[in-house]
Design a protein around this ligand. Structure first.
Ligand SMILES: [Zn+2]
Length: 278
């Protein structure tokens, strides 16, 4: 079986692109880790540039894969700079690098990303511009799994699906059967401890909605004062798994009803009576 070198882009003090609350180095590591699991399950030998958040010199990545004797080199990145969609880079020499890139690109596009195509770039010296493609002895590709600064692409981002797409592309190119896990693996967020919430004062106009992220594991209890000023939703699960979302909407200024209430407690019971003053 072919030996695959997986290269998670950036790392450590080199975050890569940072946007919309994410650093590229974290997302590339998530994809790379899952890609390693999937390729191993399919029978490939796998080695990684990094499996933790560490600095790796760009110019050492290719040589390490050369020393290991990799048959293919797959670098994982996210794009940035104001576009959207997926693209896969290959060597200007074409061959297996281009063929593999086409297989991976087709799978990424299958996830719904806009197809930016398979690309090459020649440096001033007439060789491949991208270091990891230039410095590798084996067919190498670099996949850009969407734009980290695109809300559209990041709404679609799923490290497990991206890893599966790249793994499927590698399987297709090498004529290997893709093996699903017995139970579909998902990337699980670290467990949330305690409660974290941005408690700074928010200024808003009537009608405006603000969503508060409460970072906690269990559904939080929310009580409200100023119900004539703000409307508050039930907490709902954050689709990104960071905790719970609470929508707060500024109510219109009219009609103005001032109110006060009394809270009466006795015999283990608490009751409240409101007084509206117009
Ligand atoms: Zn990058």
């Amino acid at each position: 079986m072919p030996k695959i070198w997986i290269d998670a882009g950036h790392g450590g003090a080199q975050p890569g692109a940072v946007a919309l609350g994410h650093a590229e180095k974290d997302l590339t590591l998530q994809i790379a880790a899952l890609l390693g699991v999937k390729l191993t399950r399919c029978g490939f030998s796998v080695a990684q540039t990094r499996t933790t958040d560490i600095d790796v010199d760009l110019d050492t990545r290719g040589p390490k894969a050369n020393d290991w004797g990799a048959d293919y080199f797959v670098s994982v990145h996210l794009n940035a700079g104001g576009g959207h969609g997926a693209e896969t880079w290959c060597s200007i020499t074409g061959g297996k690098s281009k063929a593999l890139a086409q297989c991976i690109q087709a799978e990424l596009v299958g996830l719904g990303y806009v197809d930016r195509g398979v690309k090459t770039r020649k440096g001033d010296d007439g060789r491949d511009y991208l270091a990891v493609i230039r410095q590798t002895n084996m067919p190498a590709v670099l996949a850009e799994v969407g734009f980290i600064d695109s809300t559209e692409d990041m709404a679609r981002f799923d490290a497990a699906k991206a890893a599966q797409a790249i793994a499927r592309g590698i399987c297709k190119h090498t004529g290997t059967a893709y093996k699903q896990a017995a139970t579909a693996p998902t990337f699980t967020s670290p467990p949330i401890a305690g409660l974290t919430l941005d408690t700074s004062s928010k200024d808003m106009v009537a009608g405006e909605k603000y969503t508060v992220l409460a970072k906690c594991k269990d559904k939080p209890a929310v009580t409200t004062t100023g119900r004539d000023v703000i409307a508050v939703s039930e907490p709902r699960l954050d689709p990104k798994g960071r905790g719970w979302l609470i929508d707060v909407q500024g109510l219109p200024l009219e009609p103005v009803v001032r109110h006060g209430h009394i809270t009466v407690s006795a015999a283990g019971q608490t009751v409240q009576c409101n007084f509206n003053v117009t």
